[in-house]
Design a binder for this molecule. Sequence first.
Ligand SMILES: [Zn+2]
Ligand SMILES: [Zn+2]
Length: 140
Amino acid sequence: MSGWLGVLFAKLVWVGKRVAAPLQRSDGPNKFRLSSVDTATTTYDGDIGWASRPPATVECPRCESEIFQHNVRDSIDCPRCVGEYSHDEFPDLKLLYLTCPVCRNRMEHGQRHPERFEIPEWATCTGCRYHWEFDHSYDS
Ligand SMILES: [Zn+2]
Ligand SMILES: [Zn+2]
């Protein structure tokens, strides 16, 4: 009987380790995993289109300050210097990060066609899973 219990206990420890392993891996830097985005069956909060782009923070080309642009159509005014840029100039500015409109986390962002666009084409929040896509129709 004690031998059987010993085997059972060893199995439980083994299962426990297997379950704990993926959790321990997430202690590292918040690596973006493509699978969470590409899973079409998963429903998540999100928006599509440039007009719905999450608030962005760009770098001022004059003084390297961070400039927050809440809305895509807002002008981009540097809070530190006289730098003033129209929303048309967004692609010329260096994008630092996008802010999740749901939970205010910094989002992961990237491009799918760097040769075609100079703006982010997707952004995803590792905190609440909010996801934004520039457009879904470019493949068709
Ligand atoms: Zn500036
Ligand atoms: Zn979020």
